[in-house]
Design a protein around this ligand. Structure first.
Ligand code: G4P
Length: 547
């Protein structure tokens, strides 16, 4: 291996690219902030929220976003931790939840599933988890807010195992919970991390934890001294139950996304984070090979390759630009580099490359497989585009995800219909929203669908400001969209598309047939009467079941 190649392998080997998946309010912002504190890139708690507030004030979607106080995504945050280069990709929550959130998960190599100890697995976590599961990436679980009254920790294991169908291996285990929470026991290192509410709150901003006590075993007298007889007895019983359950930690199953290491703690109190982050940085894998139509692409290949997973318009008013986010899959990016844009079959300069160190945008001179960079986009990039150092392969497409909110759009001024259609087509191609055209190209009756409710309003807002078209929305009864795919791979014929079991069939922006349903029950009926069809939740024909 040449010095250059070994340097490349070393840099890529340090990369850890991941996302936090959670339901709003579980503590994602807090955990993100604490990671940045522990990584030494911010000094004070509150910086992430303050920064988000500032960004929201200057961001686009303008008044609409400002009025609602919705934070704009910071997209990706880099921070060092124990010699590793962490790339934390943001997955927006709340109302700004959109297909972007799902797509971002295609750019990560692993995820942290954050649960609120009182609430367990919630709807948004479930959706995001399913996307991670499709890609078989390793998933860590952190049960947060242990300082508050919450569920029995065994209930969390049971829920994750039954609802998400993934094995769980608790690495740390809580000693009591809520008001009497005493700390966590690390099953692998046999260390006890003691929780001291007073110490925790006074050190919360500084990111300091109490050093753990290393025990000789569960019968170490220091354990009883620290947590009392009752705490000791309960911990021994719990650990015995876990050992009896017999699941040892299987690293292969973890890497395949089949077994999730579980940790307990309290992000706001910096508690249980050190135990979690240390294991996380040790176990979380470096960038994995990516699948392309020319086979697997190794991250350490010395040829650069990347794909676009997100395009954001007017990201920051101070910059007035569209930014395409690239996940580098192999090799090294260097400033000024020309790349081959596979879809457009032409050379392309990656202009104004930006990285997101901590919370600031900064110019990037060099980046490696695993990193995410933003580049200026004058309209050349679409989600899913592959860029290479010259090779003509395409990375596997990022699937489209079935929308969950639908409206019919009506143009007030009939003379504006042309701009309306053009605007919608472009926004649909950008991936902002799903355009559903009725079969047979009938005019009128354009239904749009989105993964998040806000996207529909964003489309209305952008049609008005960017295309000068005022539109009204009208409710439609649909709740679920499914792409119609024949199980034998043949195209679906028009007789099938007109079947009475498929009440409403539309075409998406790529002319693929999509069935709209008013609930789960009509899907079951359609499946019964059309066993030859698959009703796919993602546009590649991959069906993810359950919800
Ligand atoms: P999100 O990004 O997932 O939506 O959650 P965020 O971090 O904003 O946290 C949601 C709320 O939960 C915040 O309280 C936060 O302080 C609190 N929280 C986070 N981690 C813990 C924890 O370990 N224990 C407890 N008890 N609370 C926690 P808030 O009142 O909504 O906001 P703030 O006024 O504290 O900022």
């Amino acid at each position: 291996m040449t010095a250059n190649a070994s340097g490349l392998a070393r840099e890529i080997g340090r990369r850890r690219t991941f996302a936090i998946i959670s339901h709003p309010d579980a503590g994602k912002t807090t955990l993100t902030e604490k990671m940045l504190l522990y990584g030494g890139v911010i000094q004070l708690a509150g910086a992430v929220k303050a920064k988000r507030g500032r960004l929201a004030a200057v961001s686009d979607w303008m008044e609409m976003e400002r009025e609602r106080g919705i934070s704009i995504t910071t997209s990706v945050m880099q921070f060092p931790y124990r010699g590793k280069q962490m790339n934390l990709l943001d997955t927006p929550g709340h109302a700004d939840f959109s297909e972007d959130t799902y797509r971002t998960l295609h750019a990560v190599d692993g995820a942290v599933m954050l649960l609120d100890s009182a609430k367990g697995v919630e709807s948004q976590t479930r959706k995001l988890f399913r996307v991670c599961r499709q890609r078989s990436v390793p998933i860590f679980t952190f049960v947060n807010k242990m300082d508050r009254p919450g569920r029995d920790p065994f209930a969390h294991i049971g829920e994750v195992e039954s609802v998400l169908e993934i094995g769980v291996f608790p690495v740390t285990w809580p000693i009591f919970r809520g008001g009497v929470f005493r700390g966590v026991y690390h099953r692998l290192t046999r260390q006890v991390y003691l929780f001291d509410a007073e110490h925790a709150s006074s050190s919360a901003a500084k990111g300091a934890e109490r050093p753990p006590v290393t025990l000789t075993g569960l019968d170490d007298p220091r354990l009883t001294a620290a947590v009392g007889d009752e705490g000791h007895a309960q911990l021994c019983d719990d650990i015995e139950m876990l050992e009896d359950a017999g699941d040892s930690f299987d690293h292969e199953r973890f890497l395949a996304g089949e077994l999730s290491p579980m940790f307990f703690g309290s992000a706001i109190n910096n508690f249980g984070l050190e135990a979690f982050l240390e294991t996380f940085s040790d176990w979380m894998p470096s960038p994995a090979p990516r699948i392309s139509d020319a086979g697997r692409v190794s991250p350490t290949s010395d040829e650069f390759s990347a794909f676009v997973f997100k395009v954001q318009a007017n990201m920051d008013r101070a910059h007035r630009d569209r930014v395409a986010f690239l996940r580098i899959c192999s090799g090294r990016f260097e400033h000024g580099m020309m790349v081959y844009h596979v879809r457009l079959d032409r050379e392309q300069r990656l202009a104004k490359p930006t990285q997101f160190l901590a919370l600031e945008r900064s110019h990037v001179a060099e980046a490696f497989a695993g990193d995410v960079i933003g580049v200026h986009d004058a309209g050349a990039f679409e989600i899913g585009d592959t860029l290479t150092a010259g090779a003509r392969f395409q990375f596997e497409p990022i699937p489209s995800f079935a929308p969950e909110f639908f409206v019919r759009l009506l143009v007030s001024d009939p003379l504006k219909r042309k701009q309306f259609l053009k605007g919608l087509e472009q926004l649909a191609q950008e991936g902002t929203v799903h355009l559903c055209r009725p079969l047979g190209n009938r005019a009128g009756d354009l239904i749009i669908g989105a993964v998040g409710r806000l996207q529909i309003e964003v489309v209305q807002h952008r049609l008005q400001t960017e295309y000068g078209v005022k539109v009204k929305s009208e409710a439609v009864p649909y709740q679920i969209a499914r792409w119609i795919v024949r199980r034998d791979g043949c195209p679906v014929d028009s007789k099938t598309l007109n079947s009475s079991w498929l009440k409403t069939v539309v075409l998406d922006v790529r002319d693929r047939p999509v069935a709209l349903f008013e609930g789960e029950w009509p899907i079951r009926t359609a499946e019964k009467f059309h066993p030859e069809l698959e009703f796919a939740e993602t546009a590649q024909g991959v069906v993810v079941r359950g919800s």
